[in-house]
Design a protein around this ligand. Structure first.
Ligand SMILES: O=C(O)/C=C\C(=O)CC(=O)CC(=O)O
Length: 216
């Protein structure tokens, strides 16, 4: 597909939703520019009127691509998949595609929003135990699902959107000190995935806005 300008990703180094999109770009070999949106500095740059025009939910990521401005990481990744189909991030069979989407939704709707920055700021003092609770609750469901669906990756032996969603969620779990030894399937998949170049180059430890002390 002929594209004029490079896509622009408005994101934050350790936003798990931004990391999903960075990984999808990396897996597809798509060159893009990054504009950092610092979620904590000055009370949060995502809350400015200027950013709200790009993303009325005042969240990251936002992507400008092919003349459209898109938010919501899965909508962005589905768009990339439809316009740049190779290599595919969805399997060929409808059953496996549905399994990939089931795993994505479990993480994207069922876990991450319950531990995101905005919500935890509202929770206050109990934020760590709150985040742990919802990550553990979600992983208790995800572990037996992945036991059924996984091969080398989340669904069979082909990398998919499910893998793109899994790794950043495990990163958040570790940030909130969830004991991952209770989830051996998730833990094993995450370890395999982190060896892949696409996850390495998109990792929060090496983004343009990663603070010096958090760089690998
Ligand atoms: O503490 C910070 O530096 C601010 C925000 C984040 O890392 C990102 C999130 O809280 C949401 C998420 O990606 O799950």
């Amino acid at each position: 597909m002929a594209t004029q300008a490079k896509p622009i990703l408005y994101g934050y180094f350790r936003s798990s939703c931004s990391w999903r999109v960075r990984t999808a770009f990396a897996l597809k070999g798509i060159d893009y520019d990054q504009v950092p949106v610092n979620l904590v500095k000055d009370g949060g740059q995502q809350l400015t009127e200027q950013y709200k025009e790009l993303n009325p939910m005042r969240q990251v990521p936002t992507v400008k691509i092919d003349g459209v401005t898109l938010s919501q990481s899965l909508a962005i990744i589905e768009y990339i998949e439809e316009t740049r189909p190779s290599p595919p991030l969805l399997p060929a069979s409808p059953q496996k595609r549905a399994q990939v989407r089931m795993i994505c939704d479990l993480i994207v709707s069922g876990i991450q929003p319950l531990q995101n920055l905005y919500l935890l700021q509202k929770i206050g003092d109990e934020k760590v135990s709150w985040a742990q609770h919802f990550i553990i609750r979600g992983f208790e469901a995800l572990e037996p699902i992945l036991k059924q669906t996984a091969g080398k990756f989340c669904v069979g032996n082909e990398i998919s959107m499910a893998d793109v969603c899994l790794v950043p969620q495990v990163y958040n779990a570790e940030r909130f000190k969830v004991d991952m030894s209770q989830f051996p399937t998730i833990k094993g998949l995450n370890e395999t995935l982190l060896t892949l170049e696409a996850f390495k180059v998109s990792h929060p430890s090496c983004q343009p806005d990663t603070p010096e002390e958090l760089r690998a």
